[in-house]
Design a protein around this ligand. Structure first.
Ligand code: 9D3
Length: 263
């Protein structure tokens, strides 16, 4: 997949391409990345990429002409076309599902805004999708584009090896992961759960699924509301619900005001 990032800070991406899974994807020819310097597409002596907003107000806006020329130049190189994504706090929030959709495109063009944003005509005429990574304020679209690209690249077929595999991500789909342990068996007085040392792979698998479910219930109950539970999961939650009920009843029976001789 061809991926181009349009930015006034192309050097920010040098290290991104050179590490970990992204680096392997590039080395294996599965991703052909390029950071395109928007400034190179200016035509004035001072290579200006921003201008004052019509209607006044503080802050600057990214000029449309250099951006349009940069997008055209990349489109000419992507013979099979590219899906153009503007990184902006106003966009749809990135999700695993969005990432999977982007991973199916022939080519991707990410536009990183700086200043208050880009001229609206760029959005109207050249942008296919507006993407945010969440409700917090960044100084520009570059880090957000890296987050999106990282999520997308690991979903391109062949990028993850069998050991890691995107299938494992979807196996525990919709649940948080269980805890992980490695040596030593006891660290700062905290021992590895006995079952993980048992060698009983079926029991270990059951334990891990149960822990995933319970971690999800405690940390992200919202994830469970939107996910179908299978029979085993339903049974685990029923057991927990009974346990909690018992604890609550016990607590209620032992409240100070329920004891004789008080109040
Ligand atoms: C004063 C109003 N601000 C909007 C919330 C202006 C503004 C803040 C930050 C305009 C641009 C930016 C720079 N941020 C991005 O370009 C950006 C971003 C983000 O800030 N948060 C989450 N996702 C993204 S994607 C691009």
């Amino acid at each position: 997949m061809h991926i181009a990032v349009l930015t006034i800070f192309p050097a920010m991406f040098d290290l991104f391409w050179e590490h970990g899974i992204v680096r392997r994807a590039v080395a294996g020819g599965l991703v052909q990345p390029q950071a395109v310097d928007i400034r190179a597409f200016t035509r004035d002596r001072h290579q200006v990429t921003d201008d004052r907003p019509y209607g006044g107000g503080c802050g600057m806006v990214m000029k449309p002409e250099p951006l349009a020329r940069a997008i055209e130049s990349v489109r000419d190189q992507f013979n099979d076309g590219g899906f153009t994504v503007l990184m902006t706090p106003r966009g749809d929030q990135l999700s695993q599902q969005t990432a999977a959709g982007l991973a199916r495109q022939q080519g991707l063009i990410f536009i990183c805004g700086r200043y208050e944003g880009v001229d609206a005509r760029i959005v109207h005429r050249h942008v296919d999708y507006e993407l945010s990574i969440g409700d917090y304020v960044l100084s520009g679209g570059e880090l957000a584009a890296m987050v999106a690209m990282d999520a997308v690249i690991r979903l391109i077929p062949g990028v993850l090896g069998g050991a890691q595999s995107a299938q494992r991500d979807s196996f525990s789909d919709g649940l948080l992961e269980h805890e992980h342990y490695t040596r030593p068996r006891v660290f700062e007085g905290d021992a590895v759960p006995e079952i993980l040392l048992s060698g009983d792979h079926q029991a270990i698998e059951r334990w891990r699924r149960k822990m995933s479910l319970i971690e999800t219930l405690m940390r992200r109950p919202d994830l469970l509301e939107n996910r179908a539970l299978d029979e085993r999961e339903t049974e685990i939650l029923r057991q927990w619900s009974q346990m909690l009920e018992r604890v609550l009843k016990h607590q209620a029976a032992h409240r100070p005001d329920s004891l004789p001789g008080r109040q």
